[in-house]
Write a protein that binds this ligand. Structure first.
Ligand code: GTP
Ligand code: SPV
Ligand code: MN
Length: 591
C-alpha cells in the first residue's frame, strides 16, 4: 500500500515492521468497503449484525469486560520536560513511552490486518481543520472512525505529498489491562494507544487528537480546543445565538445539544440547532469575536437514559446506520438499555454476552444491568433531525456565550453569570463534578475538573489557564461566560430541576443576558437571575424548590474556596496571578 505522501509511507512502513500485520488495507471511505469489512467482522464475532428490518445498517459490538470506559490512569502526556505535562496529567518521558509501548506493539498484529484510516477533524479544507492518519487492527475502530470523522481518499488528496498530519497508532494487542497504554507525544504530533478497544481510548481522532493534541497545538497557534457542545437557539425572527458548553463526561452535553423546547415555551417558536455534542475548536475571527466548529462528524453518545422523552432527537438519529456498544441484545435482534424506550425486555443477552432477565442478581448482590452504564451509540450527525444547516460550514458559527457546568448535588446554583472574562475563566478553573461511568474511578466522588478538561488537556493546565486569559484579552467582543448545574438535589437525592428540554428556560436567560437585554443581581459568586426573568410557563415547580435552586450557602462556599486554594497550590508559581486575584476577591465577597 503506497500513498503519494513520502513521510506517511515511511511511517506506515516503520509501524508495519513493528506490529507485523499480515496485510495493510487503506480505508477509502466507501460504503462498499465498509460492508465488506463488516461482513468479515460478523464472521469473527467482532461485530453482531442487528435486525436489518427494524434497525437497517446497525451493528452491535461488545468490548472486553475490563475495557468499558476511558482509563485515565493509563493515559500519559509524553513531553521532554515533566513540567510541560503539568501536575494534572500523568507524565512519561517520550523515550520511555515509545520503548514501553513498542514492547507491547511488537508483533501485536501477526495474523491480523492493519487498516490505514486517513481522517479529517473538521470539514476538509476548513481553516479550522486538522488531518490525522490512524493505523489500527480493529474493524470496530474503522467503523466508528467512518462515522465520527471524515475519512477516505479525499483526505489523502487534500494531504497531498507533504501535508502535516497527526500520526495515530492503535492495536488491540491482547486487550490486557496490564498491557494498556494511551500515550500522547505532542512534540511529535503522535499518539500511540495499545491494549484497549474502548471508544475514547481508541478512536484516536476524538479525545486523543481533537482535545489532547489539539489543545497543545491550539496554544502554539493561538486557538482553542475545548470539551464543549455547540448549539444554536433560533428565534422566530430568524436571529440565531450559538452557545458552547463544557460539561464533564456523562454530564449532559449530548442531551443539551439535541434538546427540544419544552411545552410552555413552544409558543415562543424557538428552534434549537445541534452543531456539536462533545468537542469545539474555536478561533478569533476578523470581527474580533470567537467562532467555533465541531471537528467531528458523528456522535458517540451515552445510551442509558436516552429515550423518546429525554432525547427524542437522539432516538431518531440512531434508528439506522448506528454502531451500538455494550447495550443489551433483545431476542428480536434489536437493542435495549436502562431507561430506554419500550418495556423492560423479559429476556436478552447482556453487555457481557450472558443470558439476562430483569432482576437477576450479580456478584455484588445488586440486580445486573442489561446494558453497561457507559454503553454507547455511534451515529452520523447528518441523521440528527436538529442538525444545524451550518454543521459543515468551514467558517464555523459565532459564539455568544460560553457555559461551564458540572454535576453537583449541592453548592452550585442552577445558573449564574461571571462578572467578566477573567472571572469567567476563574469559574471554568474551579469547576467540580461527580465522577461518572464514562471513566474508571470512584463513582460519585467530586473532583475538580477545570473546563471539563482535566482528562483532556495536553499540556500544563496552568499554561492552559493563561491561554484562556490571553484569548479573552485579544477579543473585542468575547462571549459572556456562565455556570450551570442541572444536578442539584434535595435531601432525598432527587433532582430539583427537571432538566433536559426545560434547560432551554436557562439558555433563554443566558442569551438575553449576553445580549444585554435584561438585568440581574450581584451575588458573591456572580450575577444571578431575578426570578421574574426566568420563563417558567408550563412548568410545575414551587417557590421553595426554586429558592433551593438559587440558594448560595455561604458556609459551603467558604469550604469550597479552601478546596480551590488546595487545588491551585498544585500549580505553584505557574498559576496565573489573575486567578489568585479572582479567588481572593471571591473570599472577600463571601465575607
Ligand atoms: P459524554 O458523551 O460522556 O461526554 O457525556 P455527555 O456530557 O454527552 O452526557 P449525556 O448528554 O450523554 O448525559 C449523561 C447522563 O446525564 C445521561 O444519563 C442523561 O440522561 C443525564 N442527563 C443529561 N442531561 C440531564 C439533565 O438536564 N438533567 C438530569 N437530571 N440528567 C441529565
Ligand atoms: C467521554 O468520556 O467524555 C466521552 C466518551 O465522550 S469517550 O469518547 O470514550 O471519551
Ligand atoms: Mn456525549
Amino acid at each position: 500500500m503506497k500513498t503519494k505522501h513520502k513521510e506517511l509511507n515511511n511511517w506506515i512502513d516503520e509501524m508495519v515492521k513493528m506490529c507485523k500485520p499480515e496485510k495493510v488495507v487503506l480505508i477509502d471511505g466507501s460504503l462498499k468497503q465498509k460492508l465488506v469489512l463488516e461482513k468479515e467482522a460478523f464472521e469473527t464475532g467482532e461485530l453482531i449484525e442487528l435486525n436489518q428490518e427494524k434497525l437497517p445498517g446497525c451493528v452491535l459490538h461488545r468490548t472486553a469486560i475490563n475495557d468499558v470506559a476511558r482509563t485515565e490512569n493509563l493515559t500519559f502526556i509524553c513531553t521532554s520536560s515533566k513540567e510541560d505535562a503539568g501536575p494534572t496529567n500523568n507524565w512519561m518521558n517520550p523515550e520511555d513511552g515509545y520503548h514501553k509501548a513498542a514492547e507491547i506493539f511488537k508483533s501485536s498484529m501477526v495474523g491480523r490486518t492493519m487498516y490505514v484510516i486517513p481522517f479529517s477533524m473538521g470539514p476538509i479544507g476548513s481553516p479550522f481543520s486538522k488531518i490525522g492518519v490512524e493505523l489500527t487492527d480493529s474493524i470496530y475502530v474503522v467503523d466508528n472512525m467512518l462515522v465520527v470523522t471524515r475519512v477516505g481518499q479525499k483526505v489523502l488528496d487534500f494531504l497531498g505529498t507533504d501535508g502535516k498530519f497527526t500520526k495515530c497508532l492503535h492495536s488491540k494487542a491482547d486487550l490486557d489491562i496490564n498491557k494498556r497504554l494511551i500515550l500522547h507525544f505532542p512534540e511529535d504530533n503522535t499518539i500511540w494507544s495499545v491494549g484497549s478497544g474502548y471508544g475514547g481510548n481508541v478512536l484516536l481522532g476524538k479525545k486523543c487528537m481533537a482535545l489532547r493534541i489539539a489543545s497543545y497545538l491550539g496554544r502554539q497557534e493561538g486557538w482553542m480546543a475545548e470539551h464543549m457542545l455547540i448549539l444554536g437557539v433560533e428565534k422566530p425572527t430568524g436571529e440565531i445565538n450559538y452557545v458552547a458548553a463544557a460539561f464533564p463526561s456523562a454530564c449532559g452535553k449530548t442531551n443539551l445539544a439535541m434538546m427540544v423546547p419544552p411545552e410552555g415555551l413552544k409558543v415562543k417558536g424557538y428552534k434549537v440547532w445541534t452543531v456539536g455534542d462533545d468537542i469545539a475548536w474555536m478561533r478569533i475571527k476578523e470581527d474580533d469575536s470567537l467562532w467555533a466548529v465541531n471537528p467531528e462528524s458523528g456522535f458517540f453518545g451515552v445510551a442509558p437514559g436516552t429515550n423518546s422523552k429525554s432525547n427524542p432527537n437522539a432516538v431518531k438519529t440512531i434508528q439506522k446506520d448506528t454502531i451500538y456498544t455494550n447495550v443489551l441484545l433483545k431476542t428480536d435482534g434489536t437493542v435495549w438499555w436502562e431507561n430506554g424506550d419500550g418495556p423492560i425486555p423479559s429476556e436478552g443477552i447482556d453487555w457481557m454476552g450472558n443470558p439476562w432477565k430483569p432482576g437477576i442478581i450479580g456478584d455484588d448482590g445488586k440486580p445486573k444491568k442489561g446494558a453497561n452504564p457507559n454503553s454507547r451509540f455511534t451515529a452520523p450527525a447528518s441523521q440528527c433531525p436538529s442538525i444545524s444547516p451550518r454543521f459543515n460550514d468551514p467558517e464555523g458559527v459565532p459564539i455568544t456565550a460560553i457555559i461551564f457546568g458540572g454535576r453537583r448535588a449541592s453548592v452550585a446554583p442552577l445558573v449564574y453569570q461571571s462578572f467578566g472574562w477573567n472571572h469567567g475563566v476563574f469559574l471554568g478553573s474551579i469547576m467540580a463534578s461527580e465522577i461518572t461511568a464514562a471513566q474508571y474511578g470512584a463513582q460519585g466522588m467530586v473532583r475538580r475538573d477545570p473546563m471539563a478538561m482535566i482528562p483532556f488537556c495536553g499540556y500544563n493546565m496552568a499554561d492552559y489557564f493563561k491561554h484562556w486569559l490571553e484569548m479573552g484579552s485579544k477579543m473585542k467582543n468575547p462571549p459572556k461566560i456562565f455556570h450551570v448545574n442541572w444536578f442539584k438535589t434535595n435531601k432525598e437525592g432527587q433532582f430539583l430541576w427537571p432538566g433536559y428540554g426545560d434547560n432551554l428556560r436557562v439558555l433563554e436567560w443566558i442569551i438575553d443576558r449576553s445580549n444585554e437585554k435584561i438585568s440581574a443581581y450581584k451575588s458573591p459568586i456572580g450575577y444571578m437571575p431575578y426570578k421574574k426573568d426566568l420563563d417558567l410557563n408550563g412548568l410545575d415547580i414551587n417557590e421553595e424548590v426554586l429558592d433551593k435552586l438559587f440558594d448560595i450557602n455561604i458556609n459551603e462556599w467558604v469550604k469550597e474556596t479552601k478546596d480551590i486554594k488546595e487545588f491551585y497550590a498544585k500549580f505553584g508559581s505557574k498559576l496565573p496571578e489573575e486567578l489568585n486575584i479572582e479567588l481572593n476577591d471571591l473570599i472577600d465577597r463571601l465575607g
